[in-house]
Design a protein around this ligand. Structure first.
Ligand code: ASP
Length: 440
C-alpha cells in the first residue's frame, strides 16, 4: 500500500465559494491527500437545486423540446459565482457553450449531467494548482453498461502513476469510445473507490454533510452514539437495512483489497468520523453490536398443511412463485406443518391475489394466512452470534418493554440477529434493544 489518501468530497463541499475554500483547506491540512474526487456543486440553500439535478432537468427539457435556456443560465451563474468567489481565472462561458453544442450533437443525458462534476473539477484543479484528470480517460463501461474493471484499473493506474497530485471528477466514465455514462446517484463514491484501488491508497475518505453513522436511527433514539469503527461486512448488512452510507459497490471494491474507508463530515472537520475496515482494531472499545437498524411494512405469508414436513420441494415451489413475479423472499421459516415467507410490501400487495392463487394451486394447503404490518429490526455486529447470553439480553429487554416477537432469525454468518415485531411496536423495540445492546 502507498501512504496516500484518496478523498471524495460531496456536493456540499462545492456549494459556495466559502465551502470550496474550506475544502481546499481540509486537503492542504494533510499532505497525504493527493487524489481528490470532486462532485458537482450542491445547493446553497433550501430553494436551490443541486447542480446534478439542474442538469437532469436541463436535458429533459431539451429532449421534450422545451425551453432550457433558464437552466443553462443558472448553471453558468453558479459556476461563475464560484470562480469569482475563489478568484481563479477560468472561462465558464466556454464550458457552458460546449455543453450546449454537445446537447445539439445528441451527446445525451449522461454527458450533460456529468458536466457538473467535470466543470467543477476543472475549476478546483485550477484553484489548487493540481493536475485535472478526466474520468473519461480512466473509467470505462462495457457495451452492456457494466464497469469494465480490467480496462479501468489498468488505465487509471497508468495515468496516475506519473501524477503525484490530481483532481478527478466523480460519477462518470466513458462508454463506446466517445460516449459518457453515469454511475448511479451518489456514484462519485465509486469513482473514489476505483482511484483508491488503482493507486493502492492506504485510505479512502468520504466527506459529506450528512455522513455520521449512528448506532440507531436518531429519529427513534435520542442522541444515539456515533459508530467510530465498523467492518465492511457490518456495513453491508446496514446497507441492506436501508442505512445507505455509500453504494454497495464501494464496499465491494475496498473490501477486495482491504483499503480502509473513513467517513467524515465537512461541517465538523474536527470530528474523527467513522472508520470502515476489515476487522475492528484491538483498541476499539465498541460494543459487540455496532448498530440497530430496521425497516417497516413487511408481510408474512403462512402456508399451513398437514404432512408438510414429509413433502419434498416445498421451498422450491414457493420460492419459484415469488421469483416469477420478481418479488424477493426476504426471509423464510419452516415449522412442522407450516412454511412462512417474509416479503416486502407494497410489491406483494399489488400481486397478492395472483400469488395466493398460485400457492394454492401448487401446494393445496389447508390454510394460507397473510399477516400485515411486520417490522424487521436487525442488530448488526460481527461475531455477535457467538457471544454467550446475547439472546437473553435482547429478549429480556424486549419482554420488559411488553413487546411481542413475531419472528427471530440468526444470520448464519454470525453478523446479525433479525427480530420481527408488529409495526406499532417497532420504535419501542428499537429503543429497548439499543438500551440493552449499545448502551450496556
Ligand atoms: N453528483 C452526483 C449526485 O448528485 C454524484 C455524487 O454526488 O456522488 O448523485
Amino acid at each position: 500500500m502507498n501512504d496516500v489518501t484518496v478523498s471524495k468530497f460531496g456536493s456540499v463541499a462545492f456549494s459556495t465559494p466559502d465551502m470550496v475554500k474550506r475544502t481546499a483547506d481540509v486537503i492542504m491540512s494533510d499532505d497525504k491527500r493527493r487524489y481528490i474526487i470532486v462532485s458537482a456543486p450542491g445547493s446553497r440553500n433550501n430553494e436551490d437545486v443541486k447542480m446534478t439535478d439542474l442538469l437532469f432537468i436541463l436535458n429533459s427539457r431539451y429532449e421534450n423540446r422545451e425551453d432550457f435556456s433558464e437552466m443553462l443560465n443558472q448553471a453558468r451563474l453558479r459556476f461563475t459565482d464560484i470562480v469569482r468567489g475563489i478568484g481563479v481565472n477560468f472561462d465558464v462561458d466556454a464550458e457552458i457553450t460546449a455543453v450546449k453544442k454537445n446537447l445539439f450533437f445528441g451527446k445525451g443525458n449522461d454527458f450533460v449531467v456529468s458536466r457538473g462534476e467535470y466543470i467543477m473539477a476543472k475549476i478546483f484543479a485550477e484553484y489548487l494548482g493540481w493536475k485535472f484528470i478526466d474520468a473519461a480517460d480512466c473509467i470505462f463501461f462495457g457495451r452492456d453498461g457494466t464497469l469494465d474493471m480490467e480496462k479501468t484499473f489498468a488505465a487509471t493506474e497508468k495515468i496516475l502513476s506519473d501524477v503525484s497530485h490530481a483532481v478527478i471528477p466523480g460519477f462518470y466514465g466513458s462508454v463506446g469510445g466517445t460516449g459518457i455514462k453515469l454511475f448511479p446517484r451518489g456514484g462519485g463514491d465509486i469513482t473514489a473507490a476505483i482511484v483508491a484501488r488503482a493507486v493502492d491508497a492506504s485510505l479512502c475518505e468520504k466527506w459529506s454533510e450528512t455522513t455520521k453513522i449512528y448506532s440507531a436511527d436518531p429519529a427513534i433514539v435520542d442522541n444515539p452514539t456515533v459508530i467510530r469503527h465498523i467492518t465492511y461486512e457490518e456495513l453491508k448488512q446496514l446497507n441492506y437495512m436501508g442505512v445507505n452510507v455509500f453504494h454497495e459497490d464501494v464496499i465491494y471494491l475496498m473490501q477486495g483489497i482491504g483499503i480502509p474507508i473513513r467517513v467524515r463530515n465537512i461541517h465538523d472537520v474536527d470530528d474523527e468520523g467513522t472508520y470502515v475496515t476489515a476487522e475492528l482494531p484491538a483498541d476499539s472499545h465498541r460494543s459487540v453490536a455496532a448498530c440497530i437498524a430496521g425497516k417497516r411494512n413487511y408481510r408474512i405469508i403462512h402456508i399451513e398443511k398437514f404432512g408438510l414436513n414429509r413433502l419434498t420441494g416445498i421451498g422450491q415451489k414457493v420460492f419459484g412463485i415469488f421469483t416469477e413475479r420478481n418479488i424477493s423472499c426476504e426471509h423464510y421459516m419452516s415449522g412442522i406443518y407450516r412454511f412462512s415467507i417474509v416479503v416486502k410490501n407494497p410489491l406483494f400487495d399489488l400481486k397478492r391475489a395472483e400469488i395466493l392463487q398460485a400457492l394454492k394451486d401448487a401446494i393445496h394447503p389447508e390454510n394460507i394466512k397473510v399477516e400485515k404490518n411486520l417490522s424487521l429490526l436487525t442488530i448488526v455486529g460481527k461475531g455477535m452470534g457467538t457471544v454467550k447470553g446475547i439472546f437473553a439480553k435482547i429478549f429480556n429487554a424486549i419482554a420488559d418493554a411488553g413487546i411481542k416477537v413475531k419472528m427471530i432469525e440468526q444470520g448464519s454468518d454470525d453478523l446479525n440477529i433479525i427480530i420481527g415485531v408488529y409495526d406499532e411496536d417497532y420504535e419501542a423495540a428499537v429503543r429497548a434493544v439499543y438500551g440493552a445492546m449499545i448502551l450496556n
